[in-house]
Design a protein around this ligand. Sequence first.
Ligand code: MTE
Ligand code: HPA
Ligand code: MOS
Length: 771
Amino acid sequence: MAVSAKSAAQRDAALGASLPHDSAHLHVSGRASYTDDLPEPRDLLHVAVGMSTVAHAKIRAIDLSDVLAAAGVVDVCLAADIPGSNNYGPIVADDPILAAALVQYVGQPVFAVAATSVGAARKAAKLVKIHYQELEAILDPLTAVDKASFVLPSETLLRGDPDAALKAAPHRATRRVFVGGQDQFYLEGQIAMAIPEDDGCMRVYSSTQQPDEIQSLVARAIQRPASDITAVCRRMGGAFGGKESQAALIACIAALLADKTGKPCKLRLDRDDDMIMTGKRHDFVIDYDVGFDDTGRILGIDFELAARCGMSADLSGPVNDRAMFSCDNAYFLENVRILSHRCKTNTVSNTAFRGFGGPQGMFAIEYVIEDIARRLRMDPLHARRRNFYGTTERNVTHYLQPVEDNIIDEMFDQLTASSDYEARRREIQAFNAGSAILKRGIAITPVKFGISFTSTQLNQAGALVHVYKDGTVQLNHGGTEMGQGLYIKIAQVVADEFQIDIERIRIMAADTSKIPNASATAASSGADMNGMAAKRAAAKIRARLTEVAAQHFATTEAEIEFKNNRVCAGEQELTFTELVQLAWADRVSLSATGFYKTPTINYDRETFSGRPFFYFAYGAAVTEVVVDILTGENRTLRVDILHDCGDSINPAIDLGQIEGGYVQGVGWLTTEELWWNERGELGTHAPSTYKIPTCSDLAPDFRVQLMQGTANTEDTIYRSKAVGEPPLMLALSAFHAIRDAIADSDNPLPDLRAPATPESILNALQGTTNE
Ligand code: MTE
Ligand code: HPA
Ligand code: MOS
């Protein structure tokens, strides 16, 4: 696997260098402390949650007498015991922390119990007797559409005249496609520990992407001002969107019992409960109607998207907005209608997951492009190229944002050459002609992913930098570390600003008492936003230090240079530490805040038009697979990825994100299947039945390159580009390689559902895919 060295030589030591993750030495030795590893306070109580066993019902009566009588039990909490607001919905107030009179999914928390041990609490929670009056449950998005059951109103995005374009088109195709959901399957499950402090204050350690929301929702639940609550997260063992809004449920429950008992309380879900109780990626049913010409160019298209949101809105509004914004992927859609339904079902409330609706939107258009190509008997590569955005014309998205940084053609040129695409396509044709059972397939797919929160006001970040008298630095910013390498990147930025060794920088936990009102670390914007905020904070201190140095050397500020742990003016120099000590003696502040808001973005949510995204990140992938058409088993043989990180701050970290994102996307599209029974019970709630990719699923030949010479055209932190989510969608090439392998002249348009499990592949082969 090649990492292309960045222009590191022209840059200063830290920036652009492939420094290891700041916690790598702790991760590999088991010494990185996660929330559950924190020393447990005296008198700590352990919390377990009593969950609904039915999908939709009125609660007639709850009998907790056996729970209360069980060994080790100290207290319980019901909806009626909540002093403040019984709601943790991030946007809409439709997410009870504990169900009051109505349960809306199997697994919904109804009560919580605090006991002296984890075992005692979990055992006791099972002793409840709840009398339900069952109601009709809606368990899938199509039924929800039929019954007009929605968590939010349906939305339409319209550009041009799709009806006329469809009518006039020489070719027309329609299809219904299904794409499954996905569990975040973070290694560290959801957890929080709440510790009552002096005078009604509370400290909450939470595995969360959004400490700010933990602070505010806990405050509301226990009816305290936000200033009394501090939320802290040093790191998560993975989050992938699953801890953006829903970590608050766990934190609120722990806090409610800590408040009620006056004792520290910890709630750690076990894996099964975590998978049953907390939300996932939305599965979508997509209907399309496309009109196209003989060359494969799309003339008009009509999409209807039905997303399973589950029982509440959670983040489903912005998730589905992003799905609508992403239905173009890299293609110009001149006449388009997208109708988006946000379906309310009696299943767990779905939430953020890497890509945040983008993957589902791109899945839709990539399926369309493949179908067009197969109908016209052309290589899908050419249908893709035929529809790409242009650079001077055909370059405005369906939401009217001009695409100003388009590099997709160039990427396809480079990647088709480096992957030897055309020759391998011919080779595969020859192989398949002589092979009855093993069939190979190949596909190349692009990614264009909009960077910024689709909720414009979330695009802001803060930082707080302290320099100590010994010349060391504490770095605080609003971002959280979930394994993505955000913290090392920001440390690199600050090391560069001061021109000091990275070892001098102590990276601090995310803490609401240091950075107030921070947005979630999400939308891939962690480094872009917190990097800028931290740079600005450090720059303020550097400016003060520069003034001190100029006075000391009796020269102008323009003469002062920070370099290699030193500060010089011509021949004169001081160490960074000496200068810091001088500044301190001069009574100069060595602490500063920095703030950043993403410039230029704004759009009108009513019409879905404007500039929701600061810029786009691009990528392309070629995947080759082999499928056994008797069993549906398949393997990835080779993957070639070319990805755009702008001028990478840390190529090794970015490479890890690209590999990990791709593999996680392959899991979504091939092996990870969520299955609910007719009672709305999730059957796939453990790794025994829910299959995430493992090392052995990796392609034996896996080649990743960072695109060179693509400094961000926008003024981002060192002209880098966000990388957290976009690579996940490179996995669309794996799905379409499978479809390519199983398509033949008898079945040129296999009806393949995602995930393409062996069962789904066999159904597509036999024409038995059904609704
Ligand atoms: N990488 C790891 N190792 N673990 C994670 O949980 N989450 C992804 C991505 N990469 C995740 C990850 C998601 S959903 C997002 S939005 C980004 O990281 C968030 O971090 P960033 O903004 O710093 O890229
Ligand atoms: N991504 C992730 N989280 C979000 C977004 C987004 O675009 N918008 C609001 N929350
Ligand atoms: Mo990522 S889905 O924006 O947390």
